[in-house]
Design a protein around this ligand. Sequence first.
Ligand code: S3P
Length: 428
Amino acid sequence: MTENVEPVKTLKGKLVPPPDKSISHRSALFAAISNEKSVIKNYSQAADPQSTLACLKQLGVEIHQQGTEVTIYGVDRDGLLKPEAPLDCGNSGTTMRLLAGIAAGAGVDCSMIGDASLSARTMKRIIAPLTEMGCNISGRDGAFAPLKIGPHRGIRGMRYPLPIASAQLKSAVLLTGLFGEEPTEIVEIVLSRDHTERLLELKSEPFGTGKIIRSSRGDLLPAQNYTVPGDFSAAAFWLVAGSIHDGAEIELEGTGLNPSRIAALEVLNQMGANIAVENPRSEGKEPVADLKIKPADLKAIDLDPSLVPNCIDELPVLMVAMCFADGTSTITGAEELRHKETDRLSAMAEILNRAGASIEEKDDGMLIHGNPAFTPKPATFPTWHDHRMAMAAAVLATRSDGTSQIEDAECTAISYPEFWTHLNQISR
Ligand code: S3P
């Protein structure tokens, strides 16, 4: 479906961001391999975390869903059953990479498939270390789904310096490590999101500027009983939208503020944004707060490349913010964007060019010549079925002077099914 986005005078209102996608996935996966019953509240209704639940059911895990409350009867780490059909991960990289870590560690005989986008994303980054640990895992052309997983002769712990700042890779290796007698050690110098370590209560210690995280069969796997916080990556669209509209006032209730996820807040603050963090509290093992966003005169920045892993999903909408900032902004060290649901560097370059922004795409980032008075040209925006492209284009289009079209707009349901309703709700 194509969604028409009208220019808005301003944006005003209170929203509850959707439940965090990364934490929803993990809560279900970790509950499944504990030996207790877990009740997870505010579980995401979005397509990706629902793919995780469907795969776990195929592996014989008993799961009851009542609205956003999910009850999972853990089968213990050796209790997963051989599924009758391939595990369908849909569009979800987190489902495929994390569940592969578990299934390959457990030696479950299964295959994993995904949609066209997921089937084009490299899984070599997990196949290589998991194979080194003794797993029986292979992919099409050595790198792509369908993945084939089978029984193995035992998991060897290993010390693994993370070659890419990727929480999915880190998590896959740590999860396989849970099946080895000796510890697996991840050496992480550039820190990525740490939900896995937090929720599994894995041991870690500082190492240089980073840390070492360990997992082994000796780790007890806790039940996952908590309320999933609001998704900061979804909230980021409103952080930018509220910053670029005169008179805007957006409140976001219960947004997850895990320090390893919120570099976008730091970036926007460096750009001069007016975002208040109120009522800080904890939800399970994760920090949460309410956010109040008001407009600001944004200024350009050179984004510190060391922040990239902690705002990787927010970079597309940060590019939109940079179009309205005074001066030239630079993004470097963001080559990983080319390995997401689509090549997000080239996709954003296409979207911003269609709107008439002044940008230069680079191999590992973008140069954005911003202008506070920029009025995006109304346009038809492709999305490559990538949820974050659709939402970033929509935020951009709200500052236009005519109606824009967002193609395949239903793809927002991958992470944020209520996005269009929320946009209409606060548009003035
Ligand atoms: C995620 C990690 C990130 C992120 C993705 C979710 C996770 O991917 O882009 O949306 O839940 O671990 P990478 O680990 O590949 O960077």
